[in-house]
Each structure stands twice: as structure tokens, then as C-alpha cells.
Ligand binder design. Structure first.
Ligand code: BGC
Length: 417
């Protein structure tokens, strides 16, 4: 532990008891919550902190999955000017902790009993060397489909329950002049779909072998070739203007009943809610057919960069405490589309999709089918993740066929390890 971090640990320990009362400073927050639904959720956090006298300096860097935000973060840290709080995912948190860059949150975590209420799968990323170094704000998952109820009703289609039914429904929508699959052609969005497609094609053990264990035999296997073929099928249902489109604009195509489906993490629900839509009435949420029973998760966490000065540290401790309060976790996640990072938050305030998400998470956690999202930094480190992104997106854009893609995947992962 370096000197800055040691100073920080003791200062947070000393000041935490006074944190709420202290004249806390502003926190500068680097994040990638820039869509309408995300901004609405962010406001819940901002307002919560304001009631505690903590001001908010906004540092938004657009781009789902946080790649651009992480590039900006690296530049800020290199320049000796890290933001105080940073939205972060999975292995990125561990990497920053390994660089001794993060504040130790043990004082507040112990005082509030975080150990008992945060699931082990999240603690694996929130703790480093046994110390709390991030406060988890939510649990998202990527193997979801969002559907326009109006389009399905107009076509007389029920919610698809198998992959073949899903393909048939996209075909029927396309034949009727709708876009079968709303998609934004960005590498992270293709990778997000690939999470669910690999899970649905090969099952949870296969997903684990391929993306978490990085087993070359799984990465180059027949089920992986089949997963790439399924991506080709999905590619045939996107519209001509998909390239470069932001994910929330793809969600808007379903919201506006121009497209039948979108495969996207449950942050998409934030867009539907922000547009005044109601689950079951205006839109449907369901697991990608074939992936039911498993959850590919990613948890947004706030990592607090080690800073000097008692007021700054008090603000950080107060922010961590606010994020972890059960009432905040309910209020925030109801808007964000995610589910709470704490296991003791009542489901009452959540809509049907949120309640389903909570049930699925608990069942997957108990059944050993809770799997870190490859696309969102919870299966492997950034270098490997980016190598997989490159292959998935090149294949999606027609650079090579499914069999070649699987071979490329083996080679790219090996080179990145
Ligand atoms: C984050 C979500 C965010 C999404 C799209 C994901 O990586 O975990 O919180 O809404 O990207 O920006």
C-alpha cells in the first residue's frame, strides 16, 4: 500500500463517523450515463448527494461499456488529476486497485456491514486483497430481449420462447415492413448480443469455458461456430443504417414501434420507462430464448480515487455510504433498469421486468449460472475483452465466415492473454 492510500485509509476511518455532518466537498464523477434513461437515474444519485451537502461535478464520457470513459480516465490519472469518483466495471476495478490508485473503503463498509449484503459474485470485483475498494450501485444483465408489444400484436405474434421462434418472429416483422432487430453497429453492442447468443447456443458451462476460462478448445469449438452463425442470422434482420448507431437510438426504434426487438442489457429498460412506456402494456422483456435460467451480469460500481485532504475524503465516504443505502438502491435501480447490488432491498417498488430480474439473479446465483458478462468487463480483463470485440465485430460486418471467426477468436484471445 502506498503512502497516499495509507493516509486515505486512516483519514476515511477517522472522518467517516463525521462524514454526513462534515462540510463535504464536491465530488467529480466520471461516468458514461449519457442517454435519457441513464441521465434520469444519474439525477437520482445527484439529488441524493445534494441532500447531504455534497456537490456534483459532472464528467460524462459517452459510450456504452465504458471504453471511452476508461481512456479518458487513464489520461486524467497520467496527468496527475484523477476524478474523485469513477463509474467502473469488473476487471477494470481490479486493475486500478492493483496500481494502488483507489481509496480503501473498509471503514464505511465495516460500519455498514456491506459484507453481509453484497453477493459474493460482486464482492469479487468490489474488493482487492480483502479490502473494499468500490461501492456497487447495481446489477445489470445482458441476456435480455426488448420487444414492441404493438408490433407483436399487429402481427399476431406471441413472445418467442425458442431461438427458432425468435428468428421466425424477426422474419415476420421484417416481411411486414418493420425492422426485425433494432441494433447499433458498435463493437460493444455486437459483443453485448454475443454474450446472450453464446449462452443460448452453448449453455452456461460452455459460456464459462469460453469466456471466463478462455479455453481454446471451447473458443474454437462447433458451438462457437454455431454462435457466430446465429450472429449472421441476427445481422440479416438489422436495417441498412445500423452502422455506428447509439444503443439508445436502437431502443427508440422499438419504443416507436419501428422495430420488433432489441437484444440489449437492461439499461434499455431505462429508455422505455423514460419514454413513459409500461412493461407488459407497451413493451415486453424476456431472456434471449435458450438462455433462460442463466444471467450474464455486469455491476456498475463507483471506485473512489485516493485523494488528499479530509474534506475530499469525507465526501467520498459519504458518497459510498449514500450509494449503499437500501432506499437509494431501490430508488436508483427502479429508474436505471438494473436491480439492486444489495440482496436485502424489497422488490415492491420494481416493475415486472425488475422483479423478474431480481428473481433471475437470485436463482442464477444459487444455481451456479450467474456468469460475468464478457462484453461488460466481468469475464476477463480489458485486453482480452477488446480482442474478442474485434473478432465479433469484424465477423458481424462480414469480414469472415463463422468457421473462420471461431479460429480468429482462438488466436486473438491467445495473443491478448
Ligand atoms: C453499463 C450501464 C450502461 C450501459 C450503456 C454498461 O456498461 O454497465 O450502466 O447503462 O453500459 O451505457
Amino acid at each position: 500500500m502506498n503512502t497516499v492510500m495509507r493516509t486515505c485509509v486512516s483519514a476515511i476511518a477517522l472522518t467517516f463517523g463525521l462524514a454526513v455532518a462534515a462540510q463535504a466537498e464536491d465530488v467529480e464523477v466520471l461516468h458514461w450515463w449519457t442517454s435519457g434513461g441513464e441521465a434520469a437515474a444519474l439525477n437520482v444519485l445527484k439529488s441524493d448527494l445534494e441532500t447531504q451537502g455534497i456537490g456534483w461535478i459532472d464528467m460524462p464520457v459517452a459510450g456504452g461499456g465504458g471504453e471511452a470513459a476508461m481512456t479518458t480516465l487513464r489520461a486524467r490519472v497520467t496527468a496527475g488529476d484523477p476524478p474523485t469518483a469513477v463509474q467502473m466495471l469488473g476487471f477494470d476495478i481490479q486493475d486500478w486497485a492493483a496500481e494502488d490508485a483507489l481509496a480503501n473503503l473498509d471503514a464505511v463498509a465495516t460500519a455498514e456491514g456491506w459484507d453481509a449484503v453484497v453477493p459474493a459474485a460482486l464482492q469479487a470485483f468490489s474488493k482487492y486483497d480483502g479490502n473494499w475498494i468500490a461501492a456497487p450501485v447495481n446489477v445489470h444483465s445482458t441476456n435480455w430481449v426488448w420487444a414492441s408489444k404493438a408490433v407483436l400484436d399487429q402481427l399476431g405474434l406471441a413472445q418467442p420462447t425458442t431461438w427458432d421462434e425468435f428468428v421466425a418472429a424477426m422474419q415476420a416483422a421484417q416481411d411486414a415492413g418493420f425492422v426485425g432487430l433494432a441494433h447499433g453497429g458498435q463493437a460493444w453492442q455486437e459483443a453485448t448480443m454475443f454474450d446472450g447468443v453464446v449462452l443460448s447456443t452453448g449453455g452456461p458451462d460452455f459460456y464459462r469455458q469460453a469466456f471466463i476460462d478462455l479455453d481454446p478448445a471451447a473458443l474454437g469449438s462447433d458451438p462457437m461456430v454455431e454462435a457466430f452463425r446465429r450472429m449472421e442470422t441476427l445481422r440479416s434482420f438489422v436495417d441498412d443504417n445500423f452502422s455506428g448507431r447509439d444503443w439508445n437510438l436502437a431502443s427508440a426504434m422499438v419504443i416507436n414501434d419501428e422495430a420488433a426487438f432489441q437484444i440489449m442489457g437492461d439499461w434499455a429498460k431505462g429508455e422505455f420507462l423514460n419514454a413513459g412506456e409500461v412493461p407488459g402494456t407497451d413493451f415486453l422483456c424476456f431472456r434471449l430464448p435458450g438462455s433462460e435460467g442463466s444471467v450474464t451480469f455486469n455491476a456498475d460500481q463507483f471506485a473512489l480515487f485516493a485523494v488528499e485532504g479530509e474534506a475530499a475524503q469525507a465526501a467520498q465516504a459519504a458518497m459510498a455510504s449514500a450509494i449503499m443505502s437500501p432506499s437509494f438502491q431501490s430508488a436508483f435501480n427502479v429508474v436505471k433498469g438494473s436491480v439492486p447490488a444489495r440482496t436485502d432491498v424489497p422488490p415492491d417498488a420494481f416493475d415486472a421486468c425488475g422483479q423478474q430480474g431480481m428473481i433471475d439473479l437470485a436463482a442464477a446465483s444459487a444455481g451456479g449460472t450467474l456468469l460475468g458478462s464478457m462484453a461488460h468487463g466481468h469475464a476477463n480483463r480489458a485486453a482480452v475483452k477488446n480482442a474478442i470485440y474485434d473478432v465479433v465485430t469484424a465477423h458481424f460486418n462480414g469480414e469472415y465466415d463463422a468457421a473462420t471467426a471461431a479460429q480468429e477468436l482462438v488466436a486473438a484471445v491467445e495473443a491478448a492473454m
